[in-house]
Design a protein around this ligand. Structure first.
Ligand code: IVH
Length: 673
């Protein structure tokens, strides 16, 4: 047996390694282990070291090239590397089709759509199947020669694969255009390494890819895993590539990576379905994308449609709504949830992120505020991915107001909740209501929820609530709906009948009036009247929970402080959980619109004592008819109900504001008693 000649062996190894590389990087189906690859690679390197004349340009050992001298050479593109016009919705796409129809009347278009990769454009030139040059887009006419760096990209074939039907692409000049990206997983890994070695983290995969490709040292480039995805194939004779779908088939056959998702559609509806599908699924792709590319499939039609400015008429970039935006922090409000945890919420100037208006985000805890160093008045970058709740990503410190000062969590807690004491258990990031005040707070919250003006469960007064909380049967407001008669009977205070009564009374309140429920939640600054006004305005708990600050401020009596407090309450994850628990237990607040009641638009103040009913009942009657019960005379008071003699100053004010003064009998008539 004679050993094969070094030249033969080197050629075999090159072929084999190139196949393995294709399986690994393009097909993602390696047939051998890394160790086997490395070993064969080592052998090839040794042969080449001993016989430098055998080093071929397409040898896998040539991916790590030598340092470039100086900057990058300028290279003129064979045809311009164009960019695309952006479209944002179906209407824009329809308008685009109409424009094309005008130029090519009566001609049917077939559409081709692919994922748009967020990286940097690059052209790869192959001569007789051999990779000879890589050029960046540059100014669309002239780009930079980044051949040495692109050589290090493992899924760029150094020679095109020879496959029946596509052999003509191995003759003469073939240009492959595509995008250089860094895959999300590689980016994350690199940043982990940066972090571990105490170096600053990279901002995003696109910038890192662009920065890497312009590195002068290809060895450094080889350490940063870049990835190439082709989207175009060009020949001197355009007829050799009749459609974009054909180009994609050829690209795969020739050994290039391209998106497998690309598809052809014969109608706009098909295209729009593709748009919607990828809007949902794009976060699962291995690289970042900011949209889709939609083109005319037929390349002769594509060429016929021509170019306007820098953009071809026959293609558009469909852009998904941006998932990052900047806004200003108006305030940082701390909300106390059902577990006594203090959660800071940033309230923003409303801004649109990923298609929805965002105006608050949880800042999680004091440590997170300190980590971000976010302050009131700061401009922040907020981020929202898919359905995920918006988050503050970073602060734009250049735009920080001169008089700003770090947010002091403890001082703010003291200021916002002077009546409570807080502690931060060691090892925890969360401030909680301290020791005994915790259960006390819980008891107060449950009592408030059951109180007359709220859910009106009269068997659930101070003592019973105390007993239930102390026995561990109730740890939030929703828990009362879980109580069973047997559980309650175990408590000393209860017997068979009283326990049954309590459980029945609670069960009767499974469809509470929305305003009573909202009042019962105990949102800071939301009293009975505000709860009514909010309920009338929004009509459902879901709408109230999703309300924007500006919308809230449209409600009578709701100013900035109240609006922010409401927003912070609903943004607190603890409270979200509480509302979910209510829903899971079948508690569904309902709203009956009283804004058209007999007393709608009329505001009442009662002074003195009424003979026929207490103030609470009178207030309730007024509200049930759509009227507003006010505690003091104001400019918008309609009636002052005089229970007895009216004081001089009230009388004067009433006269000054033109308020009607009525007696009890007249009042009873108005409320239909
Ligand atoms: S086709 C005439 N397909 O997006 C240009 N481009 O603004 C036809 N890009 O310059 C380009 N993914 O760098 C096409 N699947 C894809 C793409 C893609 C990313 C980039 C490309 C182009 C820019 C368009």
């Amino acid at each position: 047996m004679t050993a094969s000649q070094p030249s033969e062996r080197a050629a075999e190894l090159r072929q084999l390694l190139s196949n393995y590389s294709y399986e690994y990087h393009v097909l993602d189906q390696p047939s051998i282990s890394d160790a086997v690859y490395d070993s064969l690679f080592g052998e090839l390197k040794r042969i080449e070291a001993a016989h430098p004349e055998l080093i071929m340009a397409d040898s896998p050992t040539q991916r790590v090239g030598s340092a470039l001298a100086g900057g990058f050479k300028k290279v003129r593109h064979s045809s311009r590397m164009l960019s695309l016009n952006d479209v944002f919705d179906r209407q824009d796409v329809e308008d685009w089709v109409v424009r094309m129809d005008k130029l090519l009347p009566g001609r049917k278009h077939e559409f081709f759509a692919d994922i748009k990769m967020d990286g940097l454009a690059c052209a790869l030139i192959y001569e007789d199947g051999l990779f000879v040059q890589a050029v960046t887009r540059g100014d669309s006419f002239v780009g930079e020669d980044v051949t040495a760096n692109v050589r290090t990209i493992k899924n760029v074939p150094l020679s095109l694969r020879r496959v029946a039907d596509y052999e003509l692409f191995l003759r003469g000049r073939t240009e492959v255009r595509g995008e250089i990206v860094m895959l999300k997983k590689d980016f994350a890994k690199l940043n982990e390494q940066q972090k571990a070695s105490g170096k600053p983290e990279f901002a995003n995969p696109r910038n890192l890819a662009a920065g890497t490709i312009r590195q002068l040292d290809p060895k450094l480039v080889a350490e940063r895993p870049l990835h190439f995805r082709a989207y175009d194939l060009q020949r001197d004779n355009p007829a050799e590539v009749p459609t974009n779908m054909f180009a994609y088939g050829a690209l795969t056959a020739l050994g290039l990576t391209r998106n497998q998702q690309a598809s052809v559609f014969d109608s706009l509806n098909g295209v729009m379905k593709f748009v919607d599908t990828w809007d949902q699924k794009r976060h699962d792709l291995p690289f970042n994308t900011d949209g889709l590319v939609i083109k005319i499939n037929d390349r002769a039609q594509f060429a016929e449609l021509g170019i306007v400015g820098k953009q071809p008429r026959a293609a558009v970039a469909y852009k998904y709504a941006a998932e990052q935006a900047t806004t200003i922090v108006r305030d940082i409000v701390i909300s106390i949830g059902r577990t006594g945890a203090a959660t800071p919420v940033a309230v923003f100037e409303p801004t649109v992120v990923a298609g929805t208006t965002v105006q608050h985000a949880s800042l999680h805890n004091a440590d997170e505020i300190a980590r971000l160093d976010v302050r009131i008045g700061d401009t922040v970058v907020i981020f929202k991915a898919g359905d995920i709740i918006p988050q503050v990503e970073s602060v734009v410190s250049e735009l920080r107001p001169k008089d700003s000062h770090p947010f002091d969590f403890e001082v703010t807690l003291k200021h916002q909740y002077p009546e409570l004491k807080f502690e931060r258990p060691s090892g925890e990031v969360v401030y909680r209501v301290k020791g005994a005040t915790g259960p006390l707070l819980l008891k107060k919250a449950v009592e408030h929820f059951a109180s007359k003006a709220a859910l009106d469960i009269d068997t659930l007064g101070e003592k019973n609530v105390g007993a239930l909380v102390d026995a561990g049967l109730v740890s939030d407001m929703a828990d009362i709906y879980r109580l069973t008669k047997d559980q309650v009977m175990e408590l000393e205070r209860f017997a068979d009948i009283s326990a049954g009564k309590l459980v029945d009374a609670i069960a009767e309140r499974k469809r509470p009036q929305l305003e009573r429920f909202v009042y019962g939640l105990g949102i800071r600054h939301v009293g009975v009247q505000t709860a009514i006004d909010l309920s009338n305005h929004f009509g459902s708990l879901e709408k109230l929970a999703a309300a924007q600050i500006d919308e809230l401020e449209e409600v009578d009596g709701v100013g900035e402080v109240v609006a922010e407090s409401i927003v912070a309450w609903f943004a607190d994850p603890d409270n979200e959980e509480l509302l979910k628990k209510f829903a899971d237990l079948g508690v569904k607040p309902t709203h009956e619109d009283r804004s058209r009641g007999a007393l709608a638009g009329q505001n009442f103040v009662i002074t003195g004592t009424l003979q026929s009913m207490g103030r609470d009942i009178a207030a309730e009657k007024v509200r049930s008819l759509g009227g507003v019960f006010q505690s003091a005379v104001a400019k918008d008071t309609t009636y002052l109900v005089a229970g007895g003699k009216i004081g001089e100053s009230k009388l004067q004010k009433a006269t000054e504001y033109g308020i009607k003064i009525i007696n009890e009998a007249e009042f009873l008539k108005l409320i239909g008693e």
